[in-house]
Design a protein around this ligand. Sequence first.
Ligand code: PMP
Length: 374
Amino acid sequence: AMFRPTFRRFASSVAPAASELAYTQRVSQAQSTVNGFVGAIGRTPLIRLNKLSDETGCEILGKAEFMNPGGSVKDRAALYVVRDAEERSLLRPGGTVIEGTAGNTGIGLAHVCRAKGYNCIIYMPNTQSQGKIDLLRLLGATVYPVPAVAFDNPENYNHQARRHAEQLAEQTGNAVWTNQFDNTANRRAHIETTGPEIWAQTAGAIDGFTCSTGTGGTLAGITRYLKDASDGRVKSFLADPPGSVLYSYIKSGGKLTERSGSSITEGIGQGRVTDNLAPEISLVDDALQISDEKSIAMVYRLLDEEGLYVGASTALNVVAAYEMAQILGPGKTVVTVLCDGAYRYAERLFSKGWLEGKGLLGSIPERLHRYIAL
Ligand code: PMP
């Protein structure tokens, strides 16, 4: 009853809550056949987070990016950076895609490369779990774990990926470093797909958007689209973990500080304004810093109350959406991004020993301890 779909715009593409529809109606709305793996990327549902919405008197909606075929929001960026290389004639059949990534971008690229017939080479810091390395190799990628050193060190995984690609491109004329941090095809994926989907799914009845950043493609792209579509009416907040410099950058009106501190939220937090963020960061209205204590508690809350099994960056985004809803006030609609599932992090997020080691066991209410199963 709380869900109030409006049909001002895009009437035919806006679905009322599934519970209001007869089963046959839902079946008739099922997606038609798509063209291969890449055709299955995007058009993810917008999930109403029921308990959190009822509690705040707002509509808190999560864009279910964990439902992409490669399992994360990065499938969209992976497809766009590969397409961009094809369009610039840097990549032809049989060519090689090289990227520096510790996580979801590599998985998205490995899938897209198999689907399109390219080789995939991934450089990653050797601090990453064996599980990630194994998965990338299972997906056919060649993986080079290299020493985990800072970005200004030439041996950093990003620079190693760039040099390898430059060498191979010189030899074969058919290799590319996709450069997810500064290649703005990443942001374009969200301007052209995620942003318009959110606008259509809410029929333009959206008041706020918030999400965290790794490369910044998601925040910058969706913010740009929603600001344009709403003539600046939709507010956009950065959601930042401890150890990232962007929160203080926005709060101070553009002062960059040294990176310090850390967070359990893998895949997000940033030490600089990337090229994906730079043109849009002035559109971001405000920033929220979300502690690991709040993020881990929300991982468990989403599981217990909403049945959602999601990673820590998603939980951080949802905490930020909750806080943004409280700031905007009752009756407003706030959208955030559900980046990926908890599968790749389960041995950490649901392990008693790991939680104790991070000092986070006390952040999880006693009644939710039954989920600490590992
Ligand atoms: N959450 C997770 C789990 C991720 O892997 C990433 C990508 N690094 C993000 C959020 C952030 O996305 P973006 O790179 O578009 O800022």
